[in-house]
Design a protein around this ligand. Structure first.
Ligand code: GUN
Length: 293
């Protein structure tokens, strides 16, 4: 079994971004700028945004966080987005999800200018991605592709089973891995809550991507010997031996599955750091006008 070290791969990519940013500061006196909007007090969202801010700082990317109480109205949020859309000094904008229940996230995502939509959630970016045209790829799927590439994992003709059909992970990663490219050319099965014989389908996977949102859902008897197992889950488990009062665990029962897998991502230190660095990659692309010249 080979451990897929997302932390190490992400650090390498981030160092490359930092070099490009430093070069741009030296030569043009400008740096990429990512803005994040955070509404409400969901602790996991605050942690994600803090981690993104820290990663930006380490790469020399300017980051601004716009924090609002959960009582913010839809209209007020749209006004802030409009303001950032029209600020030429801000290159990327993300609105941290989930939003409070009274704000419809689809409407908010559509309000972000597609050129600044570094999360790749806007229908224009998703549509371009589906057609294989230049697009910001959603950060977690993009990070997973970069891991497969780094470890030179063969994907052509492989059966990839994806657990979970979210707009953020399951659906886009299944589309990306079925595209005619590397990583890609997989035969993809997208499983969800209505899938029958789930365990039997998982056992057919050469590549198993768990993004189902249930801690330790994937057990060893669902995994073929030698399979590549990518764990997107991120769950806080109360743990009073830790200063934070919790530890993180994934959708995969790492203890038992790691004995059977050919490659496996740990939690933490697998997909999580890659998601953040993929967002930095997209921010750099936005700054360089690489996707929409
Ligand atoms: N919530 C969970 N994952 C994400 C993400 O990748 N981007 C945003 N904006 N919100 C999220």
């Amino acid at each position: 079994m080979e451990l897929i070290d997302g932390k190490k791969v992400a650090e390498g990519i981030r160092a490359g971004i930092a070099r490009q940013v430093a070069h741009s500061i030296d030569n043009e006196g400008t740096a990429p700028h990512l803005a994040a909007i955070l509404v409400g007090d969901d602790p996991a969202s605050h942690t994600y945004v803090r981690n993104k801010e820290k990663a930006c700082q380490e790469a020399g990317i300017i980051s601004s966080v716009y924090k609002y109480p959960a009582s913010l109205s839809e209209r007020e949020l749209l006004t802030v987005i409009d303001f950032i859309n029209n600020d030429p000094e801000i290159h990327g904008l993300i609105v941290q999800l989930p939003l409070p229940a009274h704000i419809p996230s689809e409407k908010i995502i559509r309000a972000i200018h597609p050129c600044k939509d570094v999360d790749g959630f806007h229908p224009m970016n998703l549509g371009n991605m589906v057609q294989g045209l230049p697009a910001y790829l959603p950060a977690t799927p993009y990070g997973i592709l970069q891991l497969l590439e780094y470890y030179k994992i063969e994907t052509e003709g492989k059966h990839c089973v994806v657990l979970g059909r979210s707009n953020i992970v399951g659906t886009p990663v299944s589309i990306l891995l079925s595209r005619k490219s590397y990583p890609g050319n997989c035969t993809v099965t997208l499983c969800h809550s209505k899938t029958r014989d789930l365990d039997a389908i998982c056992r057919q996977a050469d590549i198993l991507i768990a993004a189902i949102g249930q801690p330790h859902f994937v057990k060893a008897d669902m995994v073929r010997e030698g399979a590549v197992v990518i764990d997107v889950g991120m769950h806080r488990v109360p743990d009073f031996s830790k200063g934070s009062g919790h530890h993180l665990t994934g959708d995969v029962d790492f203890g038992e599955v790691s004995k059977k897998a050919g490659y496996i991502t740990p939690v933490p230190g697998g997909v999580g750091p890659m998601t953040i660095v993929a967002l930095l990659c997209n921010t750099l692309k936005a700054f360089k006008k690489e996707i929409y010249p």
